[in-house]
Design a protein around this ligand. Sequence first.
Ligand code: DCP
Length: 638
Amino acid sequence: MPVARPEPQEPRVIAHVDMDCFYVQVEQRKNPELRGLPTAVVQYNNWKGGGLIAVSYEARKFGVKRSMRGDEAKKVCPDIQLVQVPVARGKADLNSYRSAGSEVVAILSTKGRCERASIDEVYLDLTDAAKSMLSETPPEVLESIPEEALKSKVLGLNSEDDDREKNVREWLFRRHADYQDKLLACGAIIVARLRVKVLEETKFTCSAGIAHNKMLAKLASAMHKPAQQTVVPSSSVMDLLSSLPVKKMIIRKQLGGKLGCSLQIDLGVNTIGDLLNFSEAKLQECYGINTGTWLWKIARGTSGEEVEDRLLPKSHGCGKTFPGPKALKTTASVRSWLNQLCEELSERIQFDLDQNKRVAHTLTLHTNAYKENGVDSQRKFPSKSCPLRYGTAKIQDDAMKLFDSALHDFLSSQNIRWGITSLSISASKISEIPSGTCSILKFFRGENSSSMSSDNSDVLIPESISKSPKNENEGCMAATQSDNVDQPACQEKENENHSNQTVQDKANPAQGIGASQKKLKEKEPYSILKFFPGSESSSTRKRAFGDLNQDHLERNQTEQQEGPSEGCDDATARSNQTAQQHEIWNFNVEDVDPSVIDELPLEIQREVRGWLHSATKRTNMTKRGSSIAHYFSPVKKT
Ligand code: DCP
């Protein structure tokens, strides 16, 4: 659910940059002979020529659409070039598209805060850059204005006019324009330059929207494509929104599908302008305080959402669909596919760890399924989450446990046949390891720390105690920019909604384990323990080294307090957590090289030395391998 954020006092300049027919451009760069030809990228499966996932603008002129199959596209456009998406492990391999996206991000992120919103789109906060330009080199003193800036579509300017470019030039140069418009004019020039640079350096074209907030910038970037930019001055906002169909906001992922439907059905709101007929109080009464205020604000074109400083994906995911007769009907076939998906996921999170020093904490399985002749055959297959353990074999194991648990819930004791039509596995709740603590990773790695795909890479990254969001299964698979779900219809490009996150947090008010983590964070901002979200405050930390029964008891109590979890079933979750808790903490104290601790920030050094001290005491008391911890693989010596 969306959340209203306070509007900043100062005007901002926000751009949304979206690549044009992105996968097609990547394929055209690989094979330049395809440039200028009607082209589409298709899924590798050959049924009716495969499903189209990206269509060039030349092909769109013939009526070719993403929803079509290859055969259908050939009927409307006989000359269309169909390029198969690369394949690995029996499914689409999006790596080349991901890294092409990163090339673009590297260029765009040079002018201000940059948020990578999906595989091919970013938000930029250009406020500071625009302000500097306005004070140092305003448009009117520039020797030359980039042609791309002169080609801008400025909403509210007469675009029919033959003198359109002249009008844009005048608009960019207006000395008496208000401060907001002057900043936008600078933003338009900065974005034009960036787009030219992207084209020169990557050979990709992109389109952009430039406005005072993210919502308007995103709406604008889609208005004139390909290779164009659209500017939204404040004076044209109400015009833009008044006739904007609610459906468009849904397509642009700015409005949730359910909320959009409810607005149309329950309130008769078909355009954003229709929302103006409702008071803030009325909208709050219908949709709650946050969403009500958010709707009231978007109707007026205001949105305080910040551009996040994030160049990397918020989560990693990969999936596979099994339509019609391909549905998986045995546990063995599910296991085999899950193993492949987990292998890919494991490689990607390992790469993220090695490359970007980022750790994922939650593993989630989303599944679509049907029952044959079940009493409640419409029942959804629940999504399940559990703490993420690094190492391919462990991820495969946990994913299968999640599946078994979800299948059990789905069937609710009915002994009937079932079919799985899609599987998707994701790693989320990713956090960064601050610089200075990187070398400690050596301790939490197994022998093969450098190998990214090794089956026995036994990297001991602590799990997070997390609860899967309720209703995760609703709608399409909630994939992310980094996701790789080989089914176009269900592949959402959008990142996990920021506001969803907030609501989720709200749904799980700080209590039990969550509360202790939160408090710990506030009290110990530099604590390395934040990478051990399963750990408790320092007063209870010593338990992690010892009292299993106590640990088990308290965990049970916490689970009861938190109510039913959507994660693994209780028994599995408990055994996983206990097992992992012991994996995390049972490193061999004697293996710790003191010089590595010296590299850590002071606060963390003190903390780590504290653990080592108590761990040394304990090692002297308990012979290694003599306890239950012996069953959980210890960290191997590097
Ligand atoms: N994509 C996909 N399945 C979907 C939607 C998109 O695999 N259902 C992939 C292919 C696209 C890329 O993501 O090239 C970016 O998606 P966009 O929606 O931005 O579409 P395009 O970039 O292809 O075209 P446009 O120029 O309209 O943005």
